[in-house]
Design a protein. Structure first.
Lengths: 442, 471
């Protein structure tokens, strides 16, 4: 049995045509040959999973494509989705010495994708032989990148692993939350399928909500890895927020990626200026919205989105409304919405409204995108796992929490970083579980 | 203004410039040679004329390198497959239209005096400015007692050259094969036989590679292959060495037309600096077409201008005296590597090249503190890589995190920790680091005054003092 997947959707594919199309085979070889093969390469150092970048690139140059993919997977089981979703401008490609050579950096992401696509296209199983079984049973709560990486590493070394996912499809934000023009949900699911074939068990639409749930987990497994991500998106906290026509950024993204929203018309206002806000704004444009505003309470220089994401949004035709804050959402004419806003200015450390600057935007959809709120306090209350500033406190090197049977990684620990950070967390947690087991067995 | 003309080469061949097309597919017929002259070539050596052959289908193969096409080129094509009459009537036509260009006939016939006399007479009647005896073709023809089968035996070379000289009225060049342990032996034989000049080198025996799916070597002729002749950029260093050997030997040296991997004006200048009076090109013209001669002529002209040379003869052979035997090199000459920190991009290829391929004296210790001395004092490269891969890194998601990453680089654009340092006490001046460095002029080899007078190996080991070499 393979994991559930999504049907091919030509309309979606066309509207969200890939931002960075793959390299043709010969182009890949030429690009691979540009790599200098640095010693102790800065790209590898910058990568949270420390992929041997010159190593996999040289294998592409030599035509050893299977070896290239295995080299990547050795360090990062989600090498395929990372090659699409990583902000490489601030990671490997940003660290490339070619910048100082006054040349374009090596296109590491596209080369990595080249090797990974060929491997996934081949349908080859990652584990060609069953690893030596090990008396270690682990539950990974949450089916996103952190848990997948943790599970894969454990399976490679013979542990039995079960991923517990509350939704119908695995992959977490890789499947439901990354802009489709970067990473297609189907590509995320294909990667998960490779992990399932390694022997990782999945339980779908199963959530952990009570002490009894935790009791049964503890009875069944030796360790529990929490890769639960962040909770629902934060609310704006203004009147009218529950109106129809208000949908947060993650809801919007997962709805269009799974085919539940196929078209948007009229005017959309996205509130917030992070990377997710930009993903939502761009998606609205591509789904057909004539006008998309991105509303931010501070200025252009303060946005938390990456520079290249901001530039991309401008190219998509997103318009920016700076230093404006939403006040309320009201019903407008013809079933539309009225978003009341006001200009604000910073006085000392607070933002104060400017008198007589109120303005109402007629729109059809309001998309809050002001960050994800922390997960419920369940773990803290029931298992005394410390949660600080909404994040689970875990040791950086081992992923272990204050409760020695519980490990954690990914967004629920780091507060919301990238797929590659979650993979690194999951892998480190797996390795420390294995190490603990070895000590115990010895 | 520099004058690129060649006058009276090998006792009488002139051409508007020293750039000739070698005897090969680009000079297969009159139509091609006409276009080549229009494009700017000064001369052409007609594709070898002789009893017409049947060629095989699939004739060439190449060695690509690092994504670049045709670093080396291999062929198993034989001499002209067109009749002698056709070749010679076209030659007469070309000569009529281009009286001032050099048209040289490459010749190969069976090894009898009569056959050679006949072809020489017919070719000269057609108007050839000179003859090139093909004693070099390394495949096919050699199995029939021609080509390199002649060129590999000094006696045959001398004999056939002398037959040709009995008849020839135009200059006679002998084309040398490199597929021999000492090219000078055949060059001397050609000189003894009366040759007016030489052409060197012909192609080198080669198998370029094997198709790893079918296991058939290239080029594939119905499931089998045969060794061919190698040429193109890869062979230039071999050709230059052979040119130097011939031109430095008084018993062998003759006016020489240099061949082997010449593709641009720099290559041409190097062959001329070692004594060549003209140069011949094939592979580069097959790769890019005749038009490459434009830059060859312009580039050579500009270089000659910058160096104050007015004619080809002004710089011909100037590098020849600068090549000597090893025993005459100064053992007390000392250079060390110097890294320009401003130019260093931090690839650290020099570090790993020095550690794995040289003398373990380029270190990454600018931050941790310089340590001079032998290899055992330093951490090995693998430790450094292991440390990096054990470190915890995360994506800089906030502006502040990104700015923090950009800091701490020290005074140069490359972080100080990644700028290697040369331990000059251990550096032997081998050049390896400067060769692997991707940045021009970043690593230079700097002379160190060690206070010692020049001394060669020959001087050091001469006479009774040889047992006590100076320190």
């Amino acid at each position: 049995m393979s994991t559930a997947t999504l049907p091919d959707d030509p309309q979606l594919r066309q509207r969200f045509s890939e931002l960075k199309p793959p390299l043709a085979p010969q182009a890949a070889v030429i690009e691979a040959n540009r790599c200098l093969n640095c010693f102790d390469a800065p790209c590898t150092v910058a990568c949270p999973t420390h992929i041997d970048v010159p190593g996999f690139i040289k294998r592409i140059a030599s035509g050893n494509l299977r070896g290239s993919a295995l080299r990547i997977l050795d360090a990062n089981i989600l090498g395929g989705s990372c090659s699409r979703a990583c902000p490489v401008e601030v990671l490997c490609e940003g660290a490339c010495v070619m910048h100082r050579h006054h040349r374009e950096p090596i296109q590491i992401a596209l080369l990595q994708r080249h090797a990974m696509d060929l491997f996934h296209d081949s349908g080859e199983a990652l584990l060609t032989e069953e690893p030596l079984p090990r008396k270690l049973r682990v539950a990974c709560v949450g089916g996103g990148p952190a848990s997948l990486a943790c599970a894969a590493e454990l399976r490679r070394q013979g542990a039995s692993v079960t991923i517990i996912e509350r939704r119908a499809l695995p992959g977490g934000l890789n499947t439901y939350g990354v802009a489709e023009y970067k990473l297609r949900a189907t590509d995320s699911l294909r990667e998960v399928e490779m992990i399932r074939r390694m022997g990782v068990e999945f339980r779908f639409e199963a959530s952990i909500e009570s002490g009894a749930d935790l009791d049964s987990l503890e009875a069944e497994f030796d360790f529990i890895f929490l890769g639960v991500g962040l909770g629902a998106m934060q609310r704006l906290g203004i009147p009218g927020e529950d109106a129809e026509g208000v949908m947060n950024a993650l809801e919007l993204i997962s709805a269009y990626k799974t085919g539940h929203i196929r078209e948007i018309t009229g005017t959309v206002v996205v509130v917030g200026a992070g990377n997710t806000a930009i993903d939502a704004a761009n998606a609205a444009r591509r789904l057909g919205a004539e006008t998309v505003y991105l509303l931010y309470r501070r200025g252009e220089g303060d946005i938390s989105a990456f520079d290249f994401e901001y530039e991309h949004a401008k190219q998509e035709g997103v318009q920016f409304l700076w230093r404006r804050q939403p006040l309320a959402i009201q019903p407008g004419k013809h079933g539309r919405l009225l978003l009341d806003t006001v200009l604000v200015q910073q006085v000392d450390k607070t933002l104060l409204p400017i008198l007589n600057s109120q303005y109402s935007i007629e729109c059809d959809l309001v998309v809050p995108a002001i960050g994800q709120s922390p997960l419920s306090q369940l773990m803290q209350e029931l298992r005394h796992i410390e949660v600080r500033h909404g994040r689970i406190v875990a040791d950086r090197a081992t992923g272990q929490t204050g409760n020695p049977r519980y490990f954690a990684g990914g967004d629920c620990v780091n507060g919301g970083r990238e797929v590659v950070d979650a993979v690194a967390d999951g892998k480190r947690a797996a390795l420390s579980m294995l190490k603990l087991t070895e000590v115990a067995d010895a | 203004m520099p004058d690129l003309r060649v006058r009276g080469f090998a006792g009488g061949i002139s051409s508007p410039n020293p750039f000739w097309l070698a005897s090969a597919p680009p000079t297969n017929c009159g139509e091609q040679i006409t276009r080549a002259f229009d494009a700017g070539w000064g001369g052409a050596v007609w594709k070898t004329i002789g009893e017409p052959v049947t060629n095989v289908s699939s004739r060439y193969s190449a060695t690509d390198w690092n994504g670049q096409r045709i670093m080396g080129f291999n062929n198993i094509e034989l001499i002209s497959d067109r009749s002698v009459e056709t070749n010679l009537s076209e030659m007469a036509e070309v000569k009529k239209r281009y009286p001032n260009h050099a048209v040289i006939a490459s010749l190969m016939v069976e090894s009898t005096r009569e056959a050679w006399h006949e072809i020489v007479a017919r070719t000269e009647d057609a108007g050839a400015d000179g003859l090139e005896l093909n004693f070099g073709c390394p495949h096919g023809m050699s199995e029939r007692g021609m080509g390199s089968a002649v060129g590999q035996v000094p006696e045959y070379t001398e004999l056939i050259t002398s037959w040709v000289k009995e008849k020839a009225r135009t200059p006679v060049l002998v084309k040398l094969t490199p597929n021999i342990s000492d090219i000078r032996t055949v060059a001397r034989a050609a000189k003894r036989g009366g040759a007016d000049g030489l052409s060197a080198i012909n192609t080198i025996n080669s198998i370029t590679g094997i198709d790893l799916d079918t296991l058939i070597p290239r080029p594939n002729v119905d499931g089998k292959s045969s060794h061919g002749g190698y040429c193109g950029p890869a062979v230039k260093p071999i050709a230059l060495n052979m040119v130097q050997q011939v031109m430095s030997d008084p018993d062998a040296a003759l006016p020489l037309s240099g061949i082997g991997g010449i593709g641009d004006w720099r290559d041409a200048a190097e062959f001329i600096l070692l004594g060549c009076g003209t140069v011949q090109v094939c592979t580069a013209a097959m790769h890019y077409g005749y038009r490459i001669v434009e830059d060859m002529a312009e580039g050579l002209d500009n270089w000659m201008r910058s160096k104050g040379f007015n004619t080809i003869e002004d710089f011909r052979s100037l590098s020849l005296p600068k090549v000597t035997e090893w025993k005459h090199l100064n053992l007390n000459f000392k250079i060390v590597a110097h890294i320009d920190e401003q130019k260093c991009i931090g690839c650290d290829l020099c570090h790993i090249a020095c550690w794995d391929g040289a003398h373990q004296c380029i270190h990454l210790d600018r931050v941790s503190g310089p340590i001079d001395g032998h290899v055992e004092l330093h951490p090995i490269p693998a430790e450094q890589e292991a440390r990096s891969r054990a470190a915890i890194a995360s994506t800089p998601v906030t502006r502040r995190e990104r700015e923090a990453l950009a800091d701490g680089h020290g005074p140069y654009s490359t972080p100080l920790a990644r700028i290697p340092r040369v331990d000059e006490t251990e550096c032997v001046g081998c050049n390896l680091c400067s060769l692997v460095c991707p940045v021009d002029e970043c690593i230079t080899m700097v002379r160190v005054d060690n206070g010692l007078p020049p001394e060669t190996w020959e001087e050091r080991t001469r006479g009774a003092n040889c047992a006590t070499p100076s320190q």
